[in-house]
Design a protein. Structure first.
Length: 310
């Protein structure tokens, strides 16, 4: 009987906030609005970058990668959450749970690396302006983007290969989705190895890029302060400020989730934090980069003018 309990778990119940029906309904409406804004905003950014020749620069190449990533990142989890909000007992099969969990993990890691690459691009643009086009060549941009995606794949495969495969009959995940930390709390076999791997992964994926970005922007700030033109300083701070807002929200929430001791049970605090890096940041990215960026505003105005004149 004990062996059965260890092997017959074929589906999981996603608890979410089903104990609070009114709050769940309100949250479902908010998530739907956020999701639609994410899809529309990021789609708009990709299309605008593709059709506007002035936006065919390394910065916007990476931004189009980020927008593409964010659309799939939210799609990997939000539709599942919305369906669960209207289910009496939201369940997900073991296979679907694994796919959703590792696809989300892969896309989240890719975003970590991509944000660091974007910081490097801004560093070269502001601190080495005369060499920018030479350093940030089309070939290097493609290589950096490819390395971000490939690195994310490798860092996702490592925890997948060492994760526990046995469960002791407990199948209630106290989360909105199949999130790795909440999923591991159900394992009946030892989790020391996977927890060690996750901690090591977190330093590579979160800590190293985060401090790289901080160091990069420290150099950028010094260079910007040396710019004599107030207009030049304002433009540089505006562009970099947008990136820093995204970085602060994304890394801040992810770091607080993965670099602290994990108990045997998930808390509501964990679930709320996961919404910040999984839902809020992908929605903010296109809004921040479009509303605070004169190049994007200019490209949009030219795009509208061209369409109206046709």
């Amino acid at each position: 009987m004990g062996d059965k309990n260890r092997t017959l778990v074929t589906e999981f119940i996603l608890l979410g906030i089903s104990n609070y029906p009114r709050a769940q309904m309100v949250m479902s409406v908010i998530l739907l609005v956020f999701y639609l804004i994410t899809l529309l905003g990021n789609s708009f950014m990709i299309i605008l970058i593709l059709v506007s020749p002035l936006l065919h620069t390394p910065m916007y190449f990476f931004l189009s990668n980020l927008s593409f990533l964010d659309m799939f990142y939210t799609t990997s989890s939000v539709p599942q959450i919305l369906v669960n909000c209207f289910s009496h007992q939201p369940t997900i099969s073991y296979l679907r749970c694994m796919i959703q969990m590792y696809v989300s993990l892969f896309l989240g890691i890719a975003e970590c690396f991509l944000l660091a690459v974007m910081a490097y691009d801004r560093f070269v643009a502001i601190c080495r302006p005369l060499h920018y086009t030479l350093v940030m060549s089309k070939r290097l941009c493609i290589q950096l983007a490819a390395m971000s995606w490939a690195g994310a794949m490798v860092m996702t495969l490592i925890p997948f290969l060492v994760q526990p495969r046995e469960f002791c009959g407990h199948n209630v995940i106290n989360h909105f989705t199949c999130e790795l930390q909440a999923f591991l709390k159900l394992a009946c076999s030892g989790t020391h190895l996977i927890e060690t791997v996750i901690m090591a992964d977190s330093f590579v994926v979160l800590v190293a890029p985060f401090f790289f970005i901080l160091g990069t922007y420290g150099r950028i700030s010094s260079a910007v302060l040396r710019i004599h033109s107030a207009k030049g300083r304002g433009k540089a701070f505006s562009t970099c400020g947008s990136h820093l807002v995204v970085v602060s929200v994304f890394y801040g929430s992810a770091l607080s989730m993965y670099l602290r001791p994990q108990g045997k049970s998930s808390s509501n605090h964990d679930k709320i934090i996961s919404l910040f890096y999984g839902v809020v940041t992908p929605m903010l990215n296109p809004l921040i980069y479009s509303l605070r960026n004169k190049d994007v505003k200019g490209a949009f105005q030219r795009f509208l003018g061209k369409k109206m004149s046709e």
